[in-house]
Design a protein around this ligand. Structure first.
Ligand code: ATP
Length: 235
């Protein structure tokens, strides 16, 4: 479904991503892990159209999407939940959710999708007319995910969804990811909670200084080997 091949991303002369190849098949949950600065977010941002690739190709369902503008990437069927959530604090929960569907014309279907997201995240229904800035961090993360789902993506890009959340909210974010996956939503995830993310994924990629240094099948049995390799990167 998503094929990233030999991707390079640079900030000026600094190479942040150096020849990364990552693949996500339909229905998979794939996680990218690795230490800070490994290039995980830059890879996500390039896929989402927020950074222009300096090299390599990105295709989605066989169609090249590398270098498209963010709204064109959304139209192609991908949605990014960015690191730091980036919800609009001064707008209501409902307004934030509507923004996720801003490019859609099928009003009836949008209304049905809004209802579905409010079923999925009951706290958002309770707070539907409140300014999003008053939500807790965990609630804002739910809003950011629900907003992304309002574009009816075929592939959801989740960048550090548990970052900065209280432990109970981290649990709830992981439960949300599990349930999205059970709904058949294809997900590319970046998580600093590496063991936990890998334990629930189908496959993983370990990045370090802009390169994929290890990849393979994920799941609870793969975590021990990964932890060794991951820690080696920190020493
Ligand atoms: P983190 O968990 O810290 O976000 P990451 O694996 O997502 O790490 P990136 O954020 O992609 O890594 O960063 C990769 C490299 O690119 C780092 O060395 C970082 O300092 C650099 N970098 C990221 N964004 C920029 C930017 N806007 N300008 C310059 N350098 C950047």
């Amino acid at each position: 479904m998503l094929q990233i091949t030999d991707l390079t991303v640079r900030y000026g002369s600094i190479p942040a991503v150096r020849g990364v190849t990552v693949e996500v098949a339909e229905g998979e949950l794939v996680t990218m892990v690795g230490p800070n600065g490994a290039g995980k977010s830059s890879t996500m941002r390039a896929v989402a159209g927020l950074e222009k690739p300096a090299g390599g190709t990105i295709t989605f369902d066989g169609r090249p999407i590398g270098g498209l503008r963010p709204e064109q990437v959304v139209a192609a069927g991908l949605a990014l939940v960015p690191e730091g959530r980036h919800i609009f604090g001064g707008l209501t929960v409902k307004e934030n959710l509507s923004l996720g569907a801003v490019s859609r014309r099928d009003r009836k279907a949008v209304a049905a999708d809004l209802e579905r997201e409010l079923e999925r995240f009951p706290i958002l229904r309770e707070r539907i007319d409140q300014a999003a800035g008053f939500l807790s961090g965990g609630e804002q993360q739910q809003l950011a995910i629900a907003r992304a789902l309002m574009s009816r993506p075929q592939l959801l890009l989740l960048d550090e969804p548990s970052l900065g959340l209280a432990p109970r909210m981290v649990d709830s974010v992981f439960a949300t990811i599990e349930s999205l996956r059970a709904d058949g939503i294809t997900i590319l995830l970046v998580e600093q909670n590496a063991t936990r993310a890998v334990a629930m994924s189908d496959r993983y990629y370990l990045l370090r200084t802009g390169e994929v240094v290890r990849s393979g099948l994920a799941g609870p049995d793969q975590v021990a080997g990964l932890a060794e390799d991951y820690l080696a990167g920190h020493s």
